[in-house]
Design a protein around this ligand. Structure first.
Ligand SMILES: [Zn+2]
Ligand SMILES: [Zn+2]
Length: 254
Protein backbone atom coordinates (compact mmCIF):
# COMPACT_ATOMS: atom_id res chain seq x y z
CA UNK A 1 0.00 0.00 0.00
CA UNK A 2 1.16 3.43 -0.75
CA UNK A 3 0.76 6.21 1.72
CA UNK A 4 2.88 8.91 0.27
CA UNK A 5 2.73 12.00 -1.86
CA UNK A 6 2.58 11.41 -5.58
CA UNK A 7 3.80 14.61 -7.12
CA UNK A 8 3.83 13.09 -10.56
CA UNK A 9 0.04 12.97 -10.44
CA UNK A 10 -0.11 16.68 -11.14
CA UNK A 11 -0.42 15.77 -14.80
CA UNK A 12 -2.42 12.60 -15.16
CA UNK A 13 -2.75 12.95 -18.90
CA UNK A 14 0.97 12.50 -19.42
CA UNK A 15 1.27 9.59 -17.00
CA UNK A 16 3.55 6.92 -18.45
CA UNK A 17 2.29 3.42 -19.15
CA UNK A 18 3.16 0.41 -17.04
CA UNK A 19 4.11 -2.87 -18.65
CA UNK A 20 0.58 -4.16 -18.07
CA UNK A 21 -1.49 -1.67 -20.05
CA UNK A 22 -2.64 0.57 -17.20
CA UNK A 23 -0.93 3.88 -16.62
CA UNK A 24 1.49 4.14 -13.71
CA UNK A 25 -0.94 6.51 -12.01
CA UNK A 26 -3.80 4.04 -12.44
CA UNK A 27 -1.69 1.31 -10.87
CA UNK A 28 -0.95 3.53 -7.87
CA UNK A 29 -4.67 4.10 -7.35
CA UNK A 30 -5.47 0.41 -7.77
CA UNK A 31 -2.87 -0.37 -5.09
CA UNK A 32 -4.34 2.18 -2.70
CA UNK A 33 -7.83 0.78 -3.25
CA UNK A 34 -6.59 -2.77 -2.70
CA UNK A 35 -4.85 -1.74 0.51
CA UNK A 36 -8.10 -0.23 1.84
CA UNK A 37 -9.99 -3.39 0.96
CA UNK A 38 -7.35 -5.62 2.57
CA UNK A 39 -7.35 -3.52 5.76
CA UNK A 40 -11.15 -3.70 5.95
CA UNK A 41 -11.57 0.03 5.32
CA UNK A 42 -14.21 1.51 3.02
CA UNK A 43 -13.18 1.77 -0.64
CA UNK A 44 -14.17 5.38 -1.16
CA UNK A 45 -12.68 8.33 -3.01
CA UNK A 46 -12.37 10.15 0.33
CA UNK A 47 -10.21 7.39 1.80
CA UNK A 48 -8.08 7.21 -1.35
CA UNK A 49 -7.53 10.97 -1.16
CA UNK A 50 -6.37 10.70 2.44
CA UNK A 51 -4.23 7.65 1.81
CA UNK A 52 -2.45 9.18 -1.17
CA UNK A 53 -2.45 12.73 0.20
CA UNK A 54 -4.12 14.06 -2.91
CA UNK A 55 -6.91 16.59 -3.34
CA UNK A 56 -10.51 15.47 -3.79
CA UNK A 57 -10.75 16.81 -7.41
CA UNK A 58 -7.58 14.96 -8.41
CA UNK A 59 -8.89 11.71 -6.97
CA UNK A 60 -12.33 12.30 -8.49
CA UNK A 61 -10.79 12.62 -11.95
CA UNK A 62 -8.73 9.47 -11.59
CA UNK A 63 -11.58 7.41 -10.12
CA UNK A 64 -13.62 8.37 -13.21
CA UNK A 65 -10.78 7.22 -15.41
CA UNK A 66 -10.47 3.89 -13.59
CA UNK A 67 -14.20 3.37 -14.10
CA UNK A 68 -14.02 4.21 -17.82
CA UNK A 69 -11.07 1.86 -18.26
CA UNK A 70 -13.03 -0.99 -16.66
CA UNK A 71 -11.04 -1.44 -13.43
CA UNK A 72 -13.71 -0.35 -10.94
CA UNK A 73 -17.45 0.21 -10.62
CA UNK A 74 -19.20 2.83 -8.53
CA UNK A 75 -22.53 2.31 -6.82
CA UNK A 76 -25.18 5.01 -6.30
CA UNK A 77 -23.81 5.67 -2.82
CA UNK A 78 -20.33 6.17 -4.39
CA UNK A 79 -18.96 2.94 -2.93
CA UNK A 80 -16.18 1.60 -5.12
CA UNK A 81 -15.80 -2.08 -6.05
CA UNK A 82 -13.20 -3.74 -8.26
CA UNK A 83 -14.21 -5.37 -11.53
CA UNK A 84 -12.67 -8.81 -12.10
CA UNK A 85 -10.02 -7.24 -14.34
CA UNK A 86 -9.37 -4.45 -11.81
CA UNK A 87 -9.02 -6.91 -8.94
CA UNK A 88 -6.54 -9.05 -10.88
CA UNK A 89 -4.52 -6.03 -11.87
CA UNK A 90 -4.47 -4.62 -8.33
CA UNK A 91 -3.42 -7.97 -6.86
CA UNK A 92 -0.62 -8.31 -9.38
CA UNK A 93 0.84 -4.89 -8.60
CA UNK A 94 0.47 -5.21 -4.82
CA UNK A 95 2.09 -8.64 -4.76
CA UNK A 96 4.93 -7.44 -7.00
CA UNK A 97 5.49 -4.41 -4.72
CA UNK A 98 5.92 -6.65 -1.69
CA UNK A 99 8.14 -9.04 -3.58
CA UNK A 100 10.44 -6.19 -4.69
CA UNK A 101 10.63 -4.88 -1.10
CA UNK A 102 11.68 -8.34 0.07
CA UNK A 103 14.27 -8.55 -2.70
CA UNK A 104 15.69 -5.14 -1.73
CA UNK A 105 16.08 -6.08 1.95
CA UNK A 106 17.18 -9.72 1.60
CA UNK A 107 19.31 -9.66 -1.53
CA UNK A 108 20.50 -6.05 -1.82
CA UNK A 109 20.59 -5.46 1.98
CA UNK A 110 18.68 -2.16 1.85
CA UNK A 111 17.31 -1.30 5.34
CA UNK A 112 13.59 -2.10 5.62
CA UNK A 113 12.62 1.47 6.40
CA UNK A 114 14.00 2.58 3.00
CA UNK A 115 12.51 0.08 0.58
CA UNK A 116 8.89 1.20 0.20
CA UNK A 117 9.49 4.17 -2.06
CA UNK A 118 12.22 2.32 -3.97
CA UNK A 119 9.71 -0.45 -4.70
CA UNK A 120 7.16 2.13 -5.84
CA UNK A 121 9.53 3.31 -8.53
CA UNK A 122 10.56 -0.19 -9.65
CA UNK A 123 7.25 -2.02 -9.68
CA UNK A 124 5.60 -0.65 -12.82
CA UNK A 125 7.87 -1.34 -15.76
CA UNK A 126 9.01 -4.81 -14.76
CA UNK A 127 8.88 -7.64 -17.30
CA UNK A 128 7.35 -10.97 -16.22
CA UNK A 129 10.75 -12.61 -16.82
CA UNK A 130 12.54 -10.27 -14.41
CA UNK A 131 9.76 -10.69 -11.85
CA UNK A 132 10.26 -14.46 -12.01
CA UNK A 133 13.98 -14.05 -11.35
CA UNK A 134 13.28 -11.83 -8.36
CA UNK A 135 10.77 -14.37 -7.09
CA UNK A 136 13.43 -17.07 -7.33
CA UNK A 137 15.99 -14.85 -5.58
CA UNK A 138 13.83 -14.29 -2.47
CA UNK A 139 13.12 -18.01 -2.08
CA UNK A 140 10.09 -18.85 0.01
CA UNK A 141 9.68 -15.48 1.74
CA UNK A 142 6.04 -15.11 2.74
CA UNK A 143 5.81 -11.40 3.62
CA UNK A 144 7.19 -8.02 2.69
CA UNK A 145 9.65 -6.62 5.27
CA UNK A 146 6.75 -4.79 6.95
CA UNK A 147 4.73 -7.98 7.41
CA UNK A 148 2.26 -7.83 4.50
CA UNK A 149 1.65 -11.12 2.67
CA UNK A 150 3.22 -11.53 -0.78
CA UNK A 151 0.71 -14.28 -1.48
CA UNK A 152 -2.46 -12.24 -1.14
CA UNK A 153 -5.19 -13.57 1.09
CA UNK A 154 -2.66 -15.05 3.54
CA UNK A 155 -3.09 -12.14 5.93
CA UNK A 156 -2.94 -13.21 9.56
CA UNK A 157 -5.62 -11.48 11.68
CA UNK A 158 -4.25 -8.99 14.18
CA UNK A 159 -5.28 -6.32 16.66
CA UNK A 160 -3.81 -2.82 17.08
CA UNK A 161 -0.92 -2.64 19.56
CA UNK A 162 -2.81 0.32 21.05
CA UNK A 163 -5.60 -2.02 22.26
CA UNK A 164 -3.39 -4.53 24.12
CA UNK A 165 -3.59 -4.75 27.93
CA UNK A 166 -0.52 -4.27 30.13
CA UNK A 167 1.15 -7.61 30.88
CA UNK A 168 -0.02 -9.38 27.69
CA UNK A 169 2.40 -11.33 25.50
CA UNK A 170 2.73 -9.65 22.13
CA UNK A 171 4.10 -10.61 18.71
CA UNK A 172 4.37 -7.86 16.09
CA UNK A 173 2.63 -8.91 12.86
CA UNK A 174 2.90 -5.95 10.50
CA UNK A 175 2.99 -2.19 10.05
CA UNK A 176 -0.32 -1.18 8.48
CA UNK A 177 0.97 2.16 7.26
CA UNK A 178 4.09 2.14 5.07
CA UNK A 179 4.60 5.90 4.93
CA UNK A 180 8.36 6.12 4.92
CA UNK A 181 8.69 8.66 7.73
CA UNK A 182 6.57 6.35 9.86
CA UNK A 183 8.80 3.39 8.99
CA UNK A 184 11.88 5.40 10.06
CA UNK A 185 10.16 6.15 13.37
CA UNK A 186 9.26 2.48 13.94
CA UNK A 187 12.80 1.32 13.16
CA UNK A 188 14.23 3.93 15.54
CA UNK A 189 11.84 2.64 18.22
CA UNK A 190 13.27 -0.87 17.75
CA UNK A 191 10.07 -2.51 16.48
CA UNK A 192 9.97 -4.95 13.56
CA UNK A 193 7.58 -7.66 12.33
CA UNK A 194 8.22 -10.89 14.22
CA UNK A 195 9.42 -9.14 17.41
CA UNK A 196 8.00 -10.68 20.60
CA UNK A 197 7.66 -9.12 24.04
CA UNK A 198 5.38 -8.06 26.84
CA UNK A 199 3.21 -4.96 26.91
CA UNK A 200 5.03 -3.10 29.70
CA UNK A 201 3.31 0.28 29.83
CA UNK A 202 0.57 2.32 28.19
CA UNK A 203 -0.15 5.91 29.09
CA UNK A 204 -1.21 9.05 27.23
CA UNK A 205 2.27 9.55 25.78
CA UNK A 206 3.65 6.10 25.04
CA UNK A 207 2.90 2.44 24.48
CA UNK A 208 5.91 0.39 25.56
CA UNK A 209 6.79 -3.16 24.55
CA UNK A 210 9.54 -4.91 26.54
CA UNK A 211 11.46 -7.73 24.87
CA UNK A 212 12.71 -10.83 26.70
CA UNK A 213 16.24 -9.36 26.88
CA UNK A 214 14.93 -6.25 28.63
CA UNK A 215 14.90 -3.87 25.67
CA UNK A 216 12.06 -1.33 25.81
CA UNK A 217 10.45 -0.18 22.53
CA UNK A 218 8.14 2.81 22.96
CA UNK A 219 5.89 4.47 20.38
CA UNK A 220 3.15 7.06 20.66
CA UNK A 221 -0.41 5.73 21.08
CA UNK A 222 -1.31 6.99 17.59
CA UNK A 223 1.54 5.02 16.03
CA UNK A 224 0.52 2.00 18.13
CA UNK A 225 -2.80 2.20 16.24
CA UNK A 226 -0.92 1.33 13.03
CA UNK A 227 1.04 -1.63 14.44
CA UNK A 228 -0.86 -4.93 14.05
CA UNK A 229 -0.01 -7.60 16.64
CA UNK A 230 -1.11 -10.96 18.00
CA UNK A 231 -1.62 -10.73 21.78
CA UNK A 232 -2.32 -13.15 24.64
CA UNK A 233 -4.63 -12.29 26.27
CA UNK A 234 -6.03 -10.64 23.16
CA UNK A 235 -8.27 -7.60 23.18
CA UNK A 236 -11.52 -8.14 21.25
CA UNK A 237 -11.27 -7.42 17.54
CA UNK A 238 -12.47 -3.95 16.61
CA UNK A 239 -16.07 -4.20 15.49
CA UNK A 240 -16.26 -0.68 14.13
CA UNK A 241 -13.63 0.25 11.58
CA UNK A 242 -12.75 3.91 11.17
CA UNK A 243 -14.79 5.48 8.40
CA UNK A 244 -11.95 7.74 7.49
CA UNK A 245 -8.41 6.58 7.15
CA UNK A 246 -6.12 8.53 9.45
CA UNK A 247 -2.56 8.96 8.41
CA UNK A 248 0.04 7.85 10.88
CA UNK A 249 2.47 10.52 9.79
CA UNK A 250 0.04 13.23 10.75
CA UNK A 251 -0.66 11.65 14.07
CA UNK A 252 2.62 10.78 15.68
CA UNK A 253 4.21 14.21 15.78
CA UNK A 254 4.06 15.29 19.36
ZN1 LIG B 1 5.62 -0.82 0.53
ZN1 LIG C 1 6.00 -3.52 2.78
Amino acid sequence: MSLFVLEQHASLASSPMSSDGATVAEEEYLQSLFWLKEAGLAMSAANVARAMQLSAPTVHEMVGRLERDGYIERAQDKTITFTVVGMEHAERVVSRHRLIERFLTDVLKVPWDEVHEQAESLEHGMSPALEERIRAAVGDAKNCPHGHPIELGAREPGVPLADVAIGADVRVLRFENEAEDLLHYLMDAGLYPGLSGTLAAHDDDEVTLETSDGRRCAVTPSVAETVAVVADPSPPPRTALPEQLVLGKQRYGR
